[in-house]
Design a protein around this ligand. Structure first.
Ligand code: SAM
Length: 216
């Protein structure tokens, strides 16, 4: 049962775009509960001393991948589900667990070099609050790199009428233009939405944005 679950998580990650050789090198426990919607580390290079905040970290696959690249930095893995955080492999790695709501983050302003998030912004009731908090905790010049889900066509009636559709990651997905506007409204610049991939009734995308330095 354990092995089957682990295998599914690894397959799901590879299907979502994680390099097979990367996943093959990880223990099954790390991938078993993967529930993200894509690989966000392409082109994201770390110096080694960064503070990375993972919003909606779940069981922590991305937190682990980031932490492995930090010789002298730290990852703050934020999730409001205590059971998910218990699965995060925080042993011997600089991963700090934080059970909290990404819409009201108990995290110091301006502390993060990079904020990552995988399939969690769509679950936020207030996208405005979630993106504003991501912006607040970033340092000036810091980056937001996320994968999330956008709506590209009208959802089927059974989804639209499902009282729990938000929890299935479908009900809370915005259209691309609305998502981009929410990110910009928080103050982010250079907002890019790319790498569109089909994902159930919606589409997985990569989101990149930057918190600007104050300027004239
Ligand atoms: C679809 S899962 C993705 C988990 C993980 N990022 C991954 O790639 O496997 C979304 C996660 O976001 C968390 N989450 C949803 N809304 C949240 C919120 N408002 N605050 C904190 N965590 C939240 C859920 O508990 C869940 O673990």
């Amino acid at each position: 049962m354990q092995a089957e679950a682990a295998g599914n998580g690894a397959e799901k990650a590879i299907e979502a775009g994680y390099p097979a050789e990367l996943i093959a090198g990880l223990t099954p426990a790390l991938t078993a509960s993967y529930s993200g919607c894509g690989y966000l580390f392409d082109g994201l290079n770390f110096e080694g001393d960064e503070t990375v905040v993972d919003l909606g970290a779940g069981a922590g696959l991305d937190s682990f991948i980031a932490a492995k690249q930090l010789s002298n930095g730290r990852v703050v893995s934020v999730d409001m589900t205590y059971e998910m955080l218990q699965k995060v492999n925080s042993q011997q790695l600089s991963i700090n667990l934080l059970c909290a709501d990404i819409e009201y983050l108990p995290v110091l302003s301006g502390c993060a070099d990079v904020v990552i998030a995988n399939a969690s912004f769509n679950l936020a009731i207030s996208k405005t609050a979630a993106f504003s908090e991501a912006y607040r905790v970033l340092k000036e010049g810091g980056k937001l790199v996320a994968r999330d889900l956008i709506k590209t066509e009208e959802l089927p009636a059974e989804v639209l009428t499902d009282p729990l559709s938000f929890n299935t990651s479908l009900g809370g997905a915005l259209e691309e233009e609305a998502l981009s506007a929410e990110i910009e409204k928080a103050g982010f610049k250079d907002v890019s939405i790319s790498d569109h991939r089909p994902f159930s009734y919606v589409t997985s995308v990569k989101i990149e944005a930057r918190k600007p330095y104050p300027g004239p």
